[in-house]
Design a protein around this ligand. Structure first.
Ligand code: FMN
Length: 173
């Protein structure tokens, strides 16, 4: 089977991780996959915040749990995190950000790295604490959170390719 197809079919959301950080070479490939994702009118408005420091990652995890009103670690103990932001002044900012997330998750899988999209990037970075962090990272006010991508080496069996609902194609004539 074509390698790209194999990657797409076999990528699964991973929720159990080893503590080691992904290597900088592997991380670089993942980020390249993010910046090479198409963007509307080629605005290239996506920005990527890479969080590798355990204390900062734990803080963002707590902020994420807080907006969800939940206890526990929504990042499943993953050692690394990429937060995708995009420019909400543009009409397609969410689409641009989501496509970068998809490219990066597939590139992670292609290198044997696990990942999962974790929700609530928007809500977290609309809080006062979240906006303060975004400012610290040099993000303009119009940049809003699209998605959190946790990543790391899986500490679980390779999940089976997931079942997909049937009857989702209609070949229009
Ligand atoms: C927009 C979006 C938000 C998601 N949010 C979460 C989340 O907050 N927590 C989580 O564990 N998984 C989250 N996921 C992962 C989905 O649950 C997962 O992709 C889906 O169950 C299909 O499984 P698969 O990725 O293994 O194919 C999210 C996925 C997407 C696309």
């Amino acid at each position: 089977m074509n390698e790209s197809m194999k990657t797409i079919l076999e990528r699964r959301s991973i929720r159990q991780y080893k503590p080691e950080h992904v290597s900088s070479e592997e991380l670089d490939y993942i980020l390249q996959a993010g910046v090479y994702a198409p963007t509307s009118s080629n605005h290239q408005d996506t920005k990527f915040v890479i969080v590798r420091k355990p204390e900062l990652l734990a803080k963002i995890s707590r902020m994420n749990a807080a907006v969800n009103g939940a206890a526990g670690d929504p990042f499943y103990g993953a050692p690394d995190l990429i937060i995708v932001f995009a420019d909400s002044n543009l009409p397609n900012w969410k689409q641009d950000g989501a496509l970068a997330m998809g490219n990066m998750m597939n590139m992670a899988k292609a290198q044997g790295i696990g990942s999962c999209w974790i929700n609530r990037a928007y809500e977290v970075f609309e809080t006062e604490e979240g906006r303060a962090l975004a400012r610290e990272w040099g993000l303009p006010e119009s940049y809003k959170g699209v998605g959190n991508m946790i990543l790391g080496y899986p500490d679980c069996e390779d999940p089976k390719p997931s079942e997909r609902k049937p009857d989702r194609f209609y070949f229009a004539e």
